[in-house]
Design a protein around this ligand. Structure first.
Ligand SMILES: NC(=O)c1ccc[n+]([C@@H]2O[C@H](COP(=O)([O-])OP(=O)(O)OC[C@H]3O[C@@H](n4cnc5c(N)ncnc54)[C@H](OP(=O)(O)O)[C@@H]3O)[C@@H](O)[C@H]2O)c1
Length: 363
């Protein structure tokens, strides 16, 4: 593919996920940042000035983005949409405001790759993990018909918690019941230890709305496209508890699963399935795809959040501790980076897939 072929915008560029986008896109082989947008509070200032006190990443602010003047995502929508081939969107706004914003961009013929939850429940909006359900992009023509667009559409990233456990479960056939407890990083709440000191030496057993998303969203990923709609699967049944833990980045999940009668695989079969698993992202050799999606660790004390969250650029999922259970069939532990694979990185990979599939084209 031709270098730096697509011009992209980041809406919510000043936030936790937006900053991750800035880092990932500054060096991207296909995508060139052409617009940055945020709220009216940030509009009119350069990204470099705004980020002097707000930059939360360990890596330095990309020099090429420093002088870009941040636009107002709402008021300057036409300017943003006219200057890019598509936008990434990660904003902290009310659900109905996000719906209005994302639909306005799509109707301005600017595809939206969203990290927000507002459209995750819409049957003609694909929610894609490129290794698992790349074919769900087939609903885009139906969505374009509803919106009255030729190019514009919305595609969404799933919630970050399920990025740790669904990848390991999805390739296994016949899973019927899943119980999962997640141990989630504070960056998932857009915070650092400086901005959320209460999290030092603390655990908070509640993350608003997270358990519902963790139980429901996997069923869309497991769903099938029928007549221009994604019909959610009814199995596996998920039940979840989501806990905030004093970790900067990385969501870990403890999983218990039961297979339908006669379908329980051996431990070796599960390990073989994980070791050999490849998805469309690997087959197409997308630039942000990890070489191997699922990495199994044999050591009893792995995966560890701090040691494995950055595996393959934070895009791989780490799995360990697979063993038989006395009440379920098996239990194991999974880990993924919440702002990379779980947010900005997963969105960049989805955009690469949609470009490779021809759904996003150059204006
Ligand atoms: N953090 C994660 O791990 C994670 C993972 C998956 C999904 N997400 C989702 O990604 C989205 C953003 O999360 P975040 O953690 O990046 O939040 P954040 O750090 O609070 O950043 C929010 C962004 O939204 C912008 N914004 C707020 N009000 C706006 C308005 N009226 N118009 C335009 N822009 C506005 C802010 O701009 P200003 O700076 O100008 O206020 C900022 O750029 C949320 O929907 C979240 O659920 C987050």
């Amino acid at each position: 593919m031709e270098q730096r072929q697509y011009r992209v915008g980041i809406i919510g560029a000043t936030g936790m996920v937006g900053q991750r986008f800035a880092l990932l896109l500054a060096e991207h082989p296909w995508f060139q940042v052409a617009a940055l947008a945020a709220s009216a509070r940030s509009a009119g200032k350069t990204y470099g000035d705004l980020m002097k006190t707000r930059w939360m990443m360990n890596e330095p602010l990309p020099a090429g983005l420093r002088d870009i003047v941040v636009l107002d995502a709402v008021k300057d929508m036409n300017d943003v949409a006219a200057g890019v081939d598509f936008v990434f969107c990660a904003v902290d706004m009310k659900k109905e405001e996000i719906r209005a914003l994302e639909e306005a961009y799509a109707k301005a013929e600017c595809p939206v790759i969203s990290n927000n939850s507002a459209f995750r429940g819409a049957a003609d909006v694909p929610m894609i993990v490129p290794e698992l359900n790349a074919a769900h992009s087939e609903v885009i023509p139906a969505q374009r018909k509803r919106l009255g667009t030729k190019r514009g559409f919305i595609a969404v990233k799933s919630n970050c918690s399920l990025q740790s456990y669904v990848p390991a479960l999805f390739p296994l056939k016949g899973v019927e019941d899943v119980l999962v407890c997640t141990y989630q990083a504070i960056s998932g709440a857009s915070k650092t230890f400086e901005t959320w000191p209460e999290m030092n030496d603390n655990v908070i057993p509640y993350i608003g709305g997270e358990e519902e998303k963790s139980e429901l969203e996997p069923l869309k990923i497991y769903g099938k496209v029928t007549d221009g709609k994604i019909v959610n699967a009814s199995l596996p049944r998920f039940t979840a508890q989501c806990i905030r833990v004093p970790v900067s980045d990385g969501h870990l999940a403890a999983v218990f699963c039961r297979f339908s009668e006669g379908q329980k695989p051996s431990k070796e079969e599960i390990l073989d399935t994980w070791r050999s698993f490849k998805g469309t992202a690997q087959e197409l050799e997308l630039p942000s795809a990890p070489k191997r999606f699922l990495h199994y660790f044999e050591e009893d004390n792995m995966p560890q959040t701090k040691l494995q969250r950055d595996l393959e650029g934070g895009m791989a999922v780490s799995v360990g501790r697979l063993r038989e259970d006395t009440q379920y069939d098996y239990k194991f532990v999974c880990l993924s980076h919440n702002t990379l694979r779980g947010a900005a990185g997963g969105a960049v990979l989805m955009a690469e897939l949609l470009c490779a599939q021809g759904w996003i084209t150059r204006f």
